[in-house]
Design a protein around this ligand. Structure first.
Ligand code: GYE
Length: 306
């Protein structure tokens, strides 16, 4: 494909703010919405030039894309790091080239904080805590649950687990009997849930916590195919807030969705312009999010933007 992985010879003279964005892939509805937001925002703004690269879920492709952005002398590098670790070398190269790096939606290792300018995104620990509170309420504070984790090593997965576990210390009669990665995709979420439902642990389950909506939607299919009722026999809580999750709540198949905002295009390009203008950015530009269950979710459905 014609993705910007090879370095063209020289930088075209441009008054525009040139932003290279290394996207993870297209693994979820959430990520599709984020890509759309970033591309639409860039298109609508004549002062912005976006170089977009899709890494198809592979860190090595992201590293290549970043090196290509450095060679093209972009003004700002933006990236959604697929995992937290392994960025040191390439981000040092960006730093040496004096190109600021903005992390979009996922974070990197704390010890590499000096290698990026700003993180734009959500508080995943808080999301995990909110998911746990909702689960405890749906289960009347007792039961066995399954956790479907996101991509192994991704900040969104690590912190959604941590926040959930922290809050669950207040609910000792809820047991996570199995916790496994479904890689943030619907297909893998379904597969993993199918296997668990057939295993001994899967026989006595009252809840599923999925780190994103796509895995929850996959799990819902698996639960239905196993002859059980998602939303009532097995309570389901997930994170993101894509439209399909709200529709699943309306259909009674999903119980709570913890919102995570993917519409980060406007904030990203504002940040890029501010950087080019020499302004200082906050280290964390935080998203505001809500929790939706029952009627509140049904009422919100017509106005959902993703
Ligand atoms: O929750 C998930 C996506 O990094 C916050 O990645 C993002 C997560 C999002 O694949 O659906």
């Amino acid at each position: 494909t014609s993705k910007s992985t090879e370095a063209p010879p020289a930088k075209p003279a441009s008054d525009k703010v040139v932003v290279g964005f290394s996207q993870i892939g297209a693994e979820s509805g959430w990520r599709g919405a984020e890509t759309q937001s970033i591309q639409d925002t860039a298109k609508a703004d004549s002062t912005i030039e976006l170089k977009f690269s899709d890494a198809q879920q592979k860190q090595e492709n992201q590293i290549k894309a970043i090196r290509s952005f450095i060679a093209q002398k972009v003004d700002v590098i933006a990236m959604a790091p697929v995992v937290e670790t392994g960025w040191e070398a390439v981000l040092k190269e960006a730093k040496d080239a004096k190109i600021p790096v903005i992390l979009v939606d996922r974070g990197i290792d704390k010890k590499n904080e000096d290698l990026y300018t700003s993180f734009i995104g959500s508080d995943f620990i808080l999301e995990g805590q909110n998911a746990a509170k909702a689960m405890a309420e749906h289960l009347g504070d007792k039961g066995n649950i399954i956790e479907l984790e996101g991509t192994v090593g991704a900040s969104a997965a690590i912190d959604r687990k941590k926040g959930f576990d922290d809050e669950m210390k207040n609910h000792p009669n809820i047991k996570i009997v199995k916790s496994q990665s479904g890689d943030f995709t619907r297909a893998t979420g379904k597969q993993v849930m199918e296997a668990i439902l057939k295993s001994p642990e899967g026989k006595d389950i009252q809840g599923v916590y999925a780190h994103n909506d796509d895995m929850a939607l996959g799990a819902i299919q698996a639960i239905e195919e196993a002859g059980k009722k998602p939303g009532s026999d097995i309570k389901i809580v997930s994170v993101d807030g894509i439209k399909e999750a709200f529709e699943a709540i309306k259909a009674g198949k999903l119980n709570t969705v913890v919102e995570c905002n993917p519409l980060l295009g406007p904030q990203l390009f504002q940040a890029a312009k501010d950087l080019k203008a020499g302004k200082q950015l906050p280290k964390w530009i935080k998203s505001n999010e809500e929790v939706f269950s029952g009627q509140k979710a049904i009422d919100a459905l017509p106005n959902r933007k993703y």
